[in-house]
Design a protein around this ligand. Structure first.
Ligand code: HEM
Length: 169
């Protein structure tokens, strides 16, 4: 215990913030990858077209609750890192496109998980699925692939940029 407390004294805040940031991203984007590449194809194969959207929404709602937490942690730790590194000026430079990308991805998911979905997106999808079940499920799949693609590019750009490999100079 004493050893742990001693090592905490020299524990850099930036390392702790990075630990939280990366763990939150792994959980959140990993979950999106699982839903996109495993869950949605399995539902498409096993569940009738009429029930697909309903079934998927029911199963995914469990992950949505967890994703709200990891999205919030990613945002808090991300802004805390910016503050800790005093790196706000990066927001004015196109070299740090990946920083803008991280904030854009975060805003997009935050808006969807905390505002659009609870307010109307959930109901809109179910109503649309009643009229066009197969088309609505295809739309859900397409949207997940787009979100996963953007998140992957931003994650790669951020990991490279944070360690000095800036792609566009
Ligand atoms: C409000 C949203 C966010 C803010 C303000 C933010 C901010 C930051 C900052 C300041 C860093 C450290 C950069 C450096 O060391 O030079 C960082 C690292 C990183 N972020 Fe974010 N971030 C956010 C969201 C995201 C999202 C959504 C992703 C993934 C899609 C992401 C992935 C990463 C990765 C992979 C690193 C690199 C960590 C490392 O290798 O040390 N971040 N972020």
């Amino acid at each position: 215990m004493i050893l742990i407390l001693r090592s905490m004294e020299s524990f850099p805040l930036s390392a702790l913030l990075r630990m939280v940031h990366i763990a939150a991203i792994v959980h959140w984007i990993g979950g999106v990858a699982f839903v996109t590449t495993v869950l949605l194809p399995a539902v498409a194969k096993r569940v009738s077209a009429e029930d697909r959207v309903h079934f998927f929404e029911e199963v995914e709602s469990r992950f949505a609750t967890q994703a709200r937490l990891s999205t919030a942690l990613a945002g808090i730790s991300g802004f805390a890192l910016l503050w800790q590194m005093n790196a706000w000026s990066r927001l004015l430079s196109p070299h740090y496109w990946w920083l803008h990308g991280m904030i854009a991805v975060w805003l997009l998911f935050t808006l969807m998980l905390f505002v659009l979905e609870p307010l109307f997106l959930h109901r809109w999808f179910l109503e649309r699925a009643r009229r066009d079940p197969a088309g609505t499920f295809r739309l859900v799949q397409r949207m997940h692939w787009i979100l996963l693609g953007i998140s992957t590019v931003v994650t790669l750009g951020a990991a490279a940029g944070a360690h000095g490999w800036l792609w566009f100079r």
